[in-house]
Design a protein around this ligand. Structure first.
Ligand SMILES: [Zn+2]
Length: 244
């Protein structure tokens, strides 16, 4: 089961931890991208998305994390809702000016529909994540990934993330499972919730996006039945031309 933990470390750090198992299996992979290595990277993106969404305060807000592996020409896209629903899809990506490394794009959607988007690039997943947290979000925080677990640690007032973060991460580096976090070492789990696979798409929302994409174009050349996939979860919808 996929879980999200909120933890306090020594009254100095606020830690959010997302552990992904099942959700990754449901992320939509077209056949050409379905390899073990790519699945492992999709787990990383799902855990980053989940942990970033856990930081959202407003209801109905969400985070979309798109990680592009430039060498492989592939994009992992995960959308995590503030309520714990997570979905994702994998698709191709055509190279731009970069020849290698990773591009990370994060879109935060507030409940009232305002979007904040930022893009960073770097040579490793770790470096793009670091750049996003400290550069784009301007947070005194650390986001680390240990296999299927993402850990977001932020200092509470009057602490230094550098010292305290290093202390807490030393424990997590050895063993990132929740059972390794002991009260006697200063870890206190204050909240535990479930993460589940789920998308907010409906035939109506997909149709709306299709209409917007076709804006002004002549629909007479289209097939009678149009296949449209949700770009967040990959679910296929069929829309009759007459419905447009
Ligand atoms: Zn969907």
């Amino acid at each position: 089961m996929d879980k999200l933990y909120k933890i306090i470390y020594c009254d100095d750090l606020r830690i959010h931890m997302a552990v992904i198992h099942d959700i990754a299996e449901k992320i939509y992979f077209p056949e050409e991208f379905d390899t073990e290595e790519n699945r492992a990277e999709s787990v990383v993106v799902a855990s980053i998305g989940s942990v970033l969404a856990s930081d959202l305060k407003e209801a109905n807000s969400s985070v979309t994390v798109m990680l592009r592996n430039v060498v492989k020409g592939i994009t992992y896209s995960v959308t995590a809702q503030q309520d714990g629903r997570v979905c994702g899809a994998v698709c191709g990506y055509s190279k731009g000016v970069l020849n290698d490394g990773y591009i990370l794009e994060v879109v935060r959607r507030s409940g009232i529909g305002r979007d904040y988007s930022s893009v960073v690039c770097g040579s490793t997943i770790e470096s793009v994540v670091d750049e996003y947290i400290t550069g784009s979000m301007q947070r005194k925080a650390i986001l680390k990934i240990y296999g299927n677990t993402a850990v977001f640690a932020e200092e509470l007032p009057f602490t230094s993330i550098i010292e305290k973060g290093a202390e807490a991460l030393k424990v997590l580096e050895k063993d990132s499972s929740v059972s390794a976090l002991k009260e006697s070492d200063g870890f206190r789990i204050v909240e535990e919730s479930e993460l589940s696979y789920g998308c907010t798409c409906t035939k109506r929302s997909v149709k709306k996006a299709l209409v917007a994409a076709l804006a002004g174009e002549n629909v007479s050349s289209l097939e009678e039945k149009i296949e449209v996939s949700c770009k967040l979860c990959g679910k296929k919808y069929y829309i009759e031309k007459t419905e447009l």
